[in-house]
Design a protein around this ligand. Sequence first.
Ligand code: SF4
Ligand code: SF4
Length: 319
Amino acid sequence: MSDIKGIIFNVQPFTVHDGPGIRTELFMKGCTLKCRWCSNPEGLSPKPEPGLYPDKCIGFSKCGVCEKSCVNGVAYSVYEDKLVAIDRAKCRGCLACAEACPSGGIKVWGKAYTPEEAFALVKKDKKYYDESGGGVTVSGGEALMQADFVAELFRLCRAEGIGTCLESALNVPVSELEKLLPLTDFWITDIKCMDSAIHKQNTGTGNERILENIRFLVSRGAKPVIRIPIIETFNATEENIRATGEFIKNELGGNILQLQLLPYRKLGLEKYSSLNLSYPMGDFKAPEREVWEEKLLRFRDILRGMGLPAEAGSGNAIK
Ligand code: SF4
Ligand code: SF4
């Protein structure tokens, strides 16, 4: 039994978009980017943390055990007798409030697993992986912030003949990629924007290390799926799409499995609210379907014209 533990914030069985076949997807907590459109804010912090769901609160005046349990002087905000916010700056993440709450008004985002415990969750659906060519996908947050845990889990999966897929933004030291290289069947990553200054404004960091790590992966024989999230006001220009295509052709020799163009979806707002975080895209309105669909298809055709295996969406079979 290993003494490494991984912090996971979601376990999703029967996923079909992140890797081939039917998969169990594990979402690791902690991220090295802060993408403005992120729909999983509960994956940003590396530690377990409380998330508030006022609809489930049975009434602060008659209960209030959350506040009584907190020994860290955190300010609790109440509206219409429901707990609606805690002061994140003072919260130490001890989770005493969540453990004491009788009603699910405070949920814990993130739980520690040993690789063996995570493997047991994955293994129970092995017959579906065998029938469909699926397996496990580890995503995040940034899965490679917990590379030792993921490597141990993948070793266990490989020993049982379960396929492995890693989804990572690759904004990590190359040493973390190297730990997973011999254990990963499929890699999924992003090229969000080729202009590093725009990348930094929208994700908190430039793109140099990410592009360098993609070059490294391909130089070591991996053939990744690359995704471009298409987001108005960020990267949705023909100039960026062509620059991304040139990078893949000229610097990766076109050695990718698929290039997927993904639409922006305004998701996860209730999770931002549960964490007392504001949504970075504010009231930005997602384009109507006919608008983004036309754009994705136009960009796809540009990339196909460059000889690249581009697809609109993530639902196309990866072989
Ligand atoms: S997690 Fe701990 S420190 Fe944070 S509000 Fe709850 S009891 Fe207080
Ligand atoms: S412990 Fe739960 S139910 Fe009780 S006041 Fe706090 S959030 Fe509401």
